[in-house]
Design a protein around this ligand. Structure first.
Ligand SMILES: [Zn+2]
Length: 350
């Protein structure tokens, strides 16, 4: 009985709040976005409206996706700490409404570095609901009135210190709300939003954020269009988990068929690089699958790691996704694939 009363009160509070926010300032941000291009160029950021009310902010480390609606701004990933002031300013040029949620797709410093500054610039959505008499109790109401920072539990675990050790990240950057199950769902800004955990892929804390009405998926580093996917074995990543994740993203995505001349299609905003559609994702998924299968074939023939590398198993994909230098080279990718498959077979990895 109590919960029914609470729900009715919450609904009343919500609609009043939304009406107030709509009155305070329109949230359709297209005109602002056009000005944004010149302004943002000054601080090295590029802002692109990929779909009405969905903005890609690039140049702050990992890609940032901002979705704007009557309840405020939902931000997927927060970039580097150094770029955070510029990101806050870019979002504030798009809308006067506050940031409500920051969702981290993973634990990398160039995806979580802006958590504190973006959360402080924002405002907890439930503080307003409580003030309106909603009577809700939820652990979302933390973070000192700032925006909530949502991530999979493994992100918090990896970012925190094991007892007696120095944490890899300052406490201010940690998620304030985590989940341990397959999926965290919420409904905001007219969107069903599903935060989907993809186990042991790039790391063990990856999520894809699926905006169901806008049909936009933020993939984090499950997809990196500039190179082969980074498999961070030390933090729980695996090639098989990565392939499972790419296949699951394929299932969630829809082509622009049968009307191929239209732009209607699922958009995938990757952790790095350009926006993908399902056809791009198919090529990426196939590249990883083909390399995996070639390495498996070579292992079955008894080849060593050196022989596998010499056999060039990334042939045909190297020009598009390969890297000869930098933190994630083609050789490193092949090595991770080899070690995982060799271990599965019980062979010695070398
Ligand atoms: Zn990244």
């Amino acid at each position: 009985m109590n919960s029914r009363v609470g729900r009715a009160a919450a609904a009343a509070g919500w609609s009043a709040g939304v009406a107030l926010m709509l009155a305070l300032g329109g949230w359709t941000a297209t005109a602002a976005a056009r000005q944004q291009h010149q302004q943002a160029a000054a601080d090295g950021l590029t802002v692109v409206e990929v779909r009405p009310n969905f903005f890609l902010i690039a140049g702050a480390g990992g890609n940032i996706l901002a979705q704007i609606g009557p309840a405020g701004v939902i931000v997927v990933d927060s970039g580097t700490t150094d770029a955070a002031d510029g990101v806050v300013a870019a979002i504030q040029r798009l809308t006067p409404l506050p940031i409500r949620y920051i969702i981290n797709t993973g634990m990398d410093a160039d995806h979580v570095g802006g958590n504190q500054k973006l959360a402080r610039a924002g405002m907890s959505i439930l503080a307003g609901a409580l003030a309106a008499g909603a009577g809700l109790g939820d652990s979302l109401l933390t973070n000192a009135g700032g925006a909530s920072v949502l991530a999979h539990e493994n992100v918090l675990t990896r970012m925190s210190a094991p007892t007696g050790q120095q944490a890899p990240y300052p406490a201010e950057l940690l998620p304030t709300k985590t989940f341990m199950y397959r999926m965290y769902s919420m409904y905001l800004n007219g969107e069903g939003i599903q935060v989907i955990h993809m186990p042991n892929a790039h790391t063990d804390g990856d999520t894809a954020v699926f905006f169901r009405r806008g049909d936009v998926i933020a993939t984090g580093d499950l997809v990196d269009t500039t190179r082969f996917p980074v498999i961070d074995v030390a933090r729980g990543g695996s090639v098989q988990g990565e392939l499972d994740a790419l296949n699951r993203l394929m299932d969630l995505s829809v082509y622009n068929l049968p009307l191929q001349w239209t732009s209607d299609r699922t958009l995938l905003v990757p952790g790095h690089g350009r926006v993908y559609d399902k056809l791009d994702l198919l090529e990426y998924r196939d590249a990883v699958t083909v390399v995996r299968d070639r390495v498996q074939h070579l292992i079955d023939q008894g080849r060593t790691l050196a022989q596998v590398k010499a056999a060039n198993p990334t042939l045909g994909y190297r020009s598009q996704y390969g890297a000869e230098s930098g933190p994630w080279t083609t050789d490193m990718f092949v090595e991770v694939v080899y070690n995982e498959l060799a271990a599965k077979k019980g062979a010695v990895a070398r």
